[in-house]
Design a protein. Structure first.
Length: 309
């Protein structure tokens, strides 16, 4: 929600915590009345890679186009919701100059305060095992999309379209560099394939650091992760209340969502929006967001729709 750029105008990498807000309920929204002022202190030194002796420009952008998720909010519950006329609100640009030291007021909790009990560990282990099957199946699906053909003694790969792919990631762009070619890597097509492949490796890695408890986070938050770690995941109370599997909100989906965020092996995803409808809208109208949004990957991985091949 912050746009941070350096003196050259380049985006400053985000290194903070990605928070899975889960499905947006009525409790995710707040009515702000004319003249009302809300304030919050945020330590951005925890969130961005600031360098000493440098100046940065910071802008805050608040999306106002989010709506309660119809998959979890009934029409009666939604009745009091007021859709804002404007799509977003933003601040002016603030310039911040750092001296020779960039400090932060990070507060850490002792490990024993966030230890998982035996039952929680068992729940996490079962969900991880079930997720591994979904992830490997998703990876196999992605590899099957690229069919190798021999042309003039060289192997070339042709993408085989599928409704499941298009639903969550939009139309494959055949004008982009071919898979495994020199230009392959960070384009939109590559984002889909490589994010799935990296997520499988992260989830199956022996380097896992699980914590149970999310002080300071709301009751609708099932989990959040430290993106630059290998692989620190915080499981909130909501996680243990979710079904193990459901297409649009489960322990398996939450885990898959969080593992896509990690930066290890390949750049992690962001949270541009939550919920099935918004994810499908990104795929139709803004592919660049769809292939970088964690919910799109979560729903792709947990999709059990019987498509016609």
């Amino acid at each position: 929600m912050f746009e941070v750029t350096d003196e050259a105008g380049s985006e400053v990498p985000y290194r903070g915590t990605w928070v899975n807000l889960g499905r947006l309920t009525m409790g995710s929204f707040k009515t702000i009345y004319p003249g009302e002022v809300l304030d919050k202190n945020v330590d951005l030194a925890l969130e961005y890679r600031f360098q000493a002796n440098a100046t940065y420009k910071i802008k805050y952008v608040l999306p106002l186009d989010r709506e309660p998720d119809p998959d979890v909010v009934s029409a009666a519950e939604r009745a009091p919701f007021i859709q804002p006329v404007q799509a977003s609100a933003s601040s002016g640009i603030v310039s911040i100059a750092f001296a020779d030291f960039v400090g932060s007021a990070q507060k850490s909790m002792a490990d024993d305060e966030l230890m998982c009990d035996a039952q929680q560990k068992d729940t996490i282990a079962r969900a991880r095992l079930a997720m591994s099957y979904r992830l490997t199946a998703a990876e196999s699906f992605m590899r099957a999309r690229y069919v190798g053909t021999l042309e003039d003694g060289e192997v070339h790969y042709i993408f085989k379209p599928h409704q499941r792919y298009a639903r969550w990631f939009g139309t494959h762009d055949d004008s982009e560099p071919e898979i495994y070619s020199d230009g392959w890597g960070l384009n939109n097509n590559a984002r889909v394939f490589e994010t799935i492949a990296a997520t499988v490796k992260r989830a199956l890695s022996a380097e896992q650091n699980f914590k149970c408890g999310c002080p300071g986070f709301g009751p609708d938050t099932p989990a959040h992760v430290e993106t630059e770690s290998k692989y620190t995941t915080y499981f909130c109370e909501k996680f243990f209340k979710l079904p193990q599997f459901d297409a649009f909100g489960s322990q398996i989906g939450t885990l898959a969502h969080e593992y896509t965020h990690f930066d290890a092996l390949y750049p992690g995803t962001a949270d541009y929006g939550y919920g099935r409808q918004l994810a499908e809208k990104f795929a139709r109208e803004d592919r660049a967001k769809a292939v970088r949004n964690a919910d799109n990957f979560e729903f792709f991985i947990t999709d059990t729709t019987p498509y016609e091949d």
